[in-house]
Design a binder for this molecule. Sequence first.
Ligand code: ADP
Length: 263
Amino acid sequence: MSTDTHAPFEKDPGRPRSTGELIRLEKVTKRFGDHTVLDNLDFSVDAGKHVTLIGPSGSGKTTILRLLMTLLKPDEGTITVDGDQLFPASEKQVREVRKKIGMVFQQFNLFPNMTVLRNITEAPVTVLGMSKDAAEERARELLEMVGLSDHIDKHPAQLSGGQQQRVAIARALAMRPQVLLLDEVTSALDPELVAGVLDVLRDIARSTDITMLCVTHEMNFARDISDQVLMFDSGRIIEAGPPEKIFSEPEHDRTREFLSAVL
Ligand code: ADP
């Protein structure tokens, strides 16, 4: 358990938000060489929903998050975020879409030479054009929410992995994203640090209306926060549904095998 206490998350009235369908993948295929990693994939996510991607390692889950972040391009198919098509898109359009999406990675990816405060204020100031004072005020609020107010002037190396990951979550939220992509954010953590990070994410899921797409092996967490669970196998969604259905009455043998291996 984490020893840091944290304030509840509150709705951020200034954060841009949409309603209805926010993300759509249509007939998306992604290959690396002759390996088809995503195979003619279709799915959509409505604004405010929490969708969890589960399935064996190598089934294509992270590739979806990387496509949405425009870190990769699909070989076929279309991806739209908030009505804007990602490929093809001009650099300006890609920048606009990226502003709507925050991502937290397995390996934190904080800037090692910057303080915690600066890690959080850097992008809002340089990318969103926020004033330094406003960005710092928001960073302090976010650090309170993730339970790290006492660590504001430290550098990442002075923090535990769990604390670094909570800074990374605060940094993603500081950009006021409509969508938060979470890529196995607890996989690199020592077991005793996992709960503190998941608690923060549960709070975000409960008390904000940010759309969340989450790749995780933490099945209890997935059960708690998800509106929908997508089960992947070999680049396809083989089963989708609400968590109570997928975890309690899976239809597909592969889902049953996967769950019995991880639960
Ligand atoms: P998951 O998140 O479900 O574990 P990934 O989306 O990370 O799966 O990977 C799916 C497959 O794509 C894996 O077989 C992986 O080795 C392969 N892959 C991912 N990125 C690359 C890359 N840049 N070059 C070649 N193969 C890749």
